[in-house]
Write a protein that binds this ligand. Structure first.
Ligand SMILES: NC(=O)c1ccc[n+]([C@@H]2O[C@H](COP(=O)([O-])OP(=O)(O)OC[C@H]3O[C@@H](n4cnc5c(N)ncnc54)[C@H](OP(=O)(O)O)[C@@H]3O)[C@@H](O)[C@H]2O)c1
Ligand SMILES: *[C@@H]1O[C@H](CO)[C@@H](O)[C@H](O)[C@H]1NC(C)=O
Ligand SMILES: *[C@@H]1O[C@H](CO)[C@@H](O)[C@H](O)[C@H]1NC(C)=O
Length: 318
């Protein structure tokens, strides 16, 4: 483990890092108070303290990361549910980019623990408005505590993209059907993939070329209807592209009556292996993100049903 941490520290100190990210921060974010040396100090102390188990940096030490560490500024916050707060961040550095499904290392001035959060917005929102969105559940993990209790409009942080769980089809790729399986806040990277697919579909409709999406089915389970994050956004996409996008929403701990408006879209009880199995075909890709036992369960079931391993992608957070 020490070895991995040493490598990461080295990677951060190489001239390549200094060239590509520090300059980017200096030129792009001149007016921001987050200075290069603060950023660097922040990252080094974070790396040194990351030897604790269960830490995001340690868990993901071997996962692919981009070089760019970009300054980011909070430009909006919303209570997405009783336990989840969403943030919109402005990232001016044009060298910062991501693929739908990836996460960011989240560096907070004055907080030594580094957060790791999946981006839930689409790559186009970043390209067009320099904005990314994160939705973070309350836990006692210091970055989540900061986001829920301290973070405000104009707060400054730094972000770096990583992760090998993404959907990034090229214009000439053959259409693939997607089945997205989400549990709780695991919806984040899958919502990014869903939004990206919708963007690709709109672009093809406008220009007559580009990647042709297959069908996308989202299976999404949460404790109750208020914890079903982004349900309006999801239903809007389903209604905009009914021939391409479908969703099945589940609640497992509902104690109140479901509103008449939501009722037609929601099932009570856990999603079952049978419902997912009915969507297996040779050209379908499966993306899973939820509580680890759920991810394990569905990925094993798919394998048992002869879905090739390379068609089953999952992201695990603890
Ligand atoms: N990528 C990301 O952004 C990110 C970030 C943080 C965390 N996560 C991961 O996402 C997980 C979700 O967290 P959460 O607290 O929001 O989840 P949660 O509320 O505990 O569970 C969400 C839903 O998943 C269902 N579920 C759990 N195990 C299942 C199984 N084996 N089969 C079918 N359904 C199952 C639950 O049903 P029951 O009520 O019946 O259990 C519930 O409806 C976390 O544990 C974490 O690992 C992801
Ligand atoms: C982006 O990165 C490239 C390659 O590392 C570098 O040449 C360029 O100056 C960077 N641009 C900005 C705006 O920092
Ligand atoms: C869902 O559960 C949360 C937390 O347990 C609670 O605060 C909320 O009121 C519940 N919402 C509904 C619609 O039951």
């Amino acid at each position: 483990m020490a070895c991995i941490i040493f490598t990461m520290a080295l990677a951060i100190l190489t001239p390549g890092w200094l060239r590509s990210s520090v300059e980017a921060i200096c030129t792009q974010a001149v007016s921001w108070r987050l200075t290069t040396s603060t950023l660097r100090h922040l990252m080094l102390t974070s790396i040194m303290r990351s030897q604790k188990k269960s830490d995001h940096l340690e868990r993901t030490a071997s996962v692919l990361r981009r070089e760019v560490v970009a300054a980011a500024k909070v430009c909006g916050t919303t209570d997405e549910s009783p336990s989840v707060k969403s943030l919109h961040l402005l990232v001016a550095d044009t060298n910062f980019s991501f693929k739908a499904g990836q996460w960011v290392d989240f560096f907070i001035p004055g907080v030594s623990v580094v957060g790791g959060f999946s981006i839930c917005s689409s790559p186009r929102l970043l390209e067009q408005e320099r904005m990314i969105e994160l939705a973070v559940k309350y836990t006692n993990h210091p970055p989540a505590v900061w986001i829920h209790n301290k973070c405000a409009l104009n707060s400054e942080v730094a972000v770096r993209v990583g992760g090998e769980f993404f959907f990034d089809p090229q214009p000439t790729d053959a259409p693939r059907n997607l089945v997205l399986i989400a549990g709780g806040v695991g919806i984040n990277p899958l919502l990014s993939i869903l939004r990206h697919s919708a963007d690709l579909h709109r672009e093809r409709a406008e220009r007559g070329n580009g990647y042709e999406i297959g069908t996308i089915t989202l299976f999404y389970s949460a404790k109750n209807t208020s914890e079903l994050l982004f349900k309006r956004n999801i239903l809007d996409l389903v209604n905009e592209f009914p021939e391409k996008i479908a969703c099945r929403l589940y609640v497992t701990k509902q104690t109140t009556q479901i509103s008449a408006e939501l009722k037609p879209y929601i099932m009570e009880g856990r999603m079952t292996e049978k419902e997912i199995r009915d969507h297996i075909s040779t050209e379908t890709l499966f993306y899973i993100c939820g509580p680890p036992p759920m991810t394990d369960f569905f990925s094993k079931q798919l394998e048992k049903n002869h879905v090739p391993k390379e068609h089953i992608c999952f992201e695990k957070w603890w």
